[in-house]
Design a protein around this ligand. Sequence first.
Ligand code: SF4
Length: 333
Amino acid sequence: MSQRNCFNSVPKGLYFPTERRKFVHRIFGPVPSRRLGRSLGIDVIPHKTCSFDCVYCECGATTNKTCKREEFYPLEELLEELDERLSSMEVRPDYLTLSGAGEPTLYSRMGELIRRAKEMTGLPVAVITNSSLLHMEDVRRELMEADVVLPSLDAARAESFIKINRPHRRCDLAEIMQGLKTFLSGYKGKVLFEVLLIDGYNTEPEDLEALKEFLDSVRVDRIQLNTVVRPGTIRELKALGSERLEEIREFFGPKCEIVASGYTSAKGKETDTEIEEILSLLKRRPCTLEDIHNSTGIPIPGLIKTLDELIEKDEITTNVFNGKTYYTTEAKD
Ligand code: SF4
């Protein structure tokens, strides 16, 4: 996951204030997803438990780099919280998405969670994965339950893979690529394949040729090009310019698209108060004014006023990245 929709989880121990007090908050959103519309997230992994430590990760440095699968949170509690959250929503989300500030396939009961969440809600389930565990037969089998899989591969050359994704020592690129091939050859659902490009990391001609060769050999519905759009763990990363992205899109062929930088239509409002919604969103990731508007549906003039008030009260702050202003609950550097 990523700049690819891996969101900060609510800090450990933060509970819903009233009747939902019994749950640690593992269900988040709906958040505007560039690829899934209104996506209600299920965060199955403790904050920054991941097999990678990507330089662009918007959730900060990985604190538990691991390839060991575990039931980090009891399955029954996740389902109970999901049920409660959905019953309080006026507008249903477009998708349930296994995501969060870590790698969701590390959740050892992922297959059962997907199957039961679908049965319980009737909603389609998407899984965003960094592909690192797809060499494991049980992970591939469980992932077959998902309606949409959003795998990623940023590099098909070991040197670039290590530089950009900073993987766990047990992650082997050749194994990952073979795991992806095996999974995609049998998977019947939709595949939105993401490649995140950063100048100086994975954009040399040999990088792009190796990626293209791999992508030409697997079954995907779309290849989605992304670049850094929010501050990562290395702050000086530069977004690839639109001209360069366009060149690469053409190089990858007709299935390739540049991921649009915004969700366009909020379908309605939730029952939580506006301030709770805003703070909940910003605890997960930095957002622009447009991101917040699209996620919450709060009209821009009122939203600006509310954000100004939250800044006045020191509850949020702003950071500028690549010329855009992001609101965040994190302190300034
Ligand atoms: S470090 Fe993990 S959570 Fe962060 S972008 Fe990379 S794969 Fe996603």
